[in-house]
Design a protein around this ligand. Structure first.
Ligand SMILES: Nc1ncnc2c1ncn2[C@@H]1O[C@H](COP(=O)(O)OP(=O)(O)O)[C@@H](O)[C@H]1O
Ligand SMILES: [Mg+2]
Length: 270
């Protein structure tokens, strides 16, 4: 069964059709990159996954069950926004999600629960390379560090599904490459499912296991809002590492067959 099922999904705002007839099956641990012209409903789609928006028609299922209409921590879907608090330290920012979840009334954790949360936060800061900066305030961090902090903040909630909306657009190329490595590493480690909107096609192909292209299939120039966008191309990508593993495996089998076919005592090198 797929993790997320989209069946004949439509989203309209008044007269304007934003998305129409969307159908998708997304499995666990997929890395979907979403590309398409600005205004064609990519953010709206993520907000429906989060539960901030409801579909106008059709179904959106999580584990085969309709998603609740409210965003909630239980469904395990987290939106990485730029939600770093300037008055909290790096460590405080990574802790804040757990504090709010663990202690709804006081907004603080105490005793053993807090020590455990701090341990997890330190582990996460280590993973994103910010341990040395744990006591700094966000204003003292570079743009790339602030992005890493925002990602750490989102991943601290141990989401099953991570939603990213053009997360690296403002970063310079070197830092972007670092962020790509980090994100793929965390995606592998936690086996999370990722939806990432990007306008950078190269980035979409480099990071995704699947590229979803959003576009309109019909257009009425008299009434631009009459028709919505949908996923016009759904491109599965074989990851290079998987590809290499398969090639190596195939070559090994071929070699074995070849060697078995030789007369006893003969040997060959390929
Ligand atoms: N809350 C809303 N109310 C009315 N229209 C909206 C709302 N949110 C988005 N839209 C419209 O839906 C369309 C798609 O927006 P969006 O999902 O942000 O596109 P994208 O992320 O692909 O650029 C836009 O025309 C936008 O104006
Ligand atoms: Mg958008």
């Amino acid at each position: 069964m797929s993790l997320i099922t989209v069946r004949n999904l439509w989203k309209e705002y008044g007269e304007q059709v934003v998305l129409e007839r969307m159908n998708l099956d997304i499995g666990e641990h997929e890395f979907c990159t979403l590309v398409g012209a600005s205004g064609c409903g990519k953010t709206t789609f993520l907000r429906m996954l989060l539960g901030e928006e409801t579909p106008s028609r059709g179904q959106l299922l999580l584990d085969g069950v309709p998603m609740p209409n409210e965003p909630g921590p239980d469904r395990g879907i987290v939106f990485q926004r730029y939600s770093v608090f300037p008055h909290l330290t790096v460590l405080g920012n990574v802790l804040i999600g757990l504090e709010l979840r663990g202690a709804r009334l006081l907004g603080r954790l105490f005793g053993r629960a807090r020590r455990e949360a701090v341990r997890q936060a330190e582990h996460m800061l280590d993973a994103v390379g910010l341990s040395a900066h744990r006591n700094k305030y966000p204003s003292a961090l570079s743009g790339g560090m602030q992005q890493r902090l925002a990602i750490a903040q989102a991943l601290m909630m141990r989401p099953r599904v991570l939603l990213l909306d053009e997360p690296f657009g403002a970063l310079d190329p070197g830092i972007r490459a670092d962020m790509h490595r980090l994100l793929r590493q965390l995606w592998q480690q936690d086996r999370i499912t990722v939806f990432m909107v990007t306008h950078d096609i190269q980035e979409a192909f480099a990071l995704g296991t699947r590229v979803l292209v959003f576009d309109k299939v019909r257009l009425d120039t008299q009434a631009p809002g009459a028709y919505g966008a949908t996923v016009t191309y759904d491109i599965p990508l074989l990851r290079r590492s998987e590809h290499i593993t398969r090639e190596v495996e195939a070559t090994r089998r071929k070699t074995e067959r070849f060697q078995h076919s030789l007369p006893h005592g003969a040997s060959a090198t390929l």
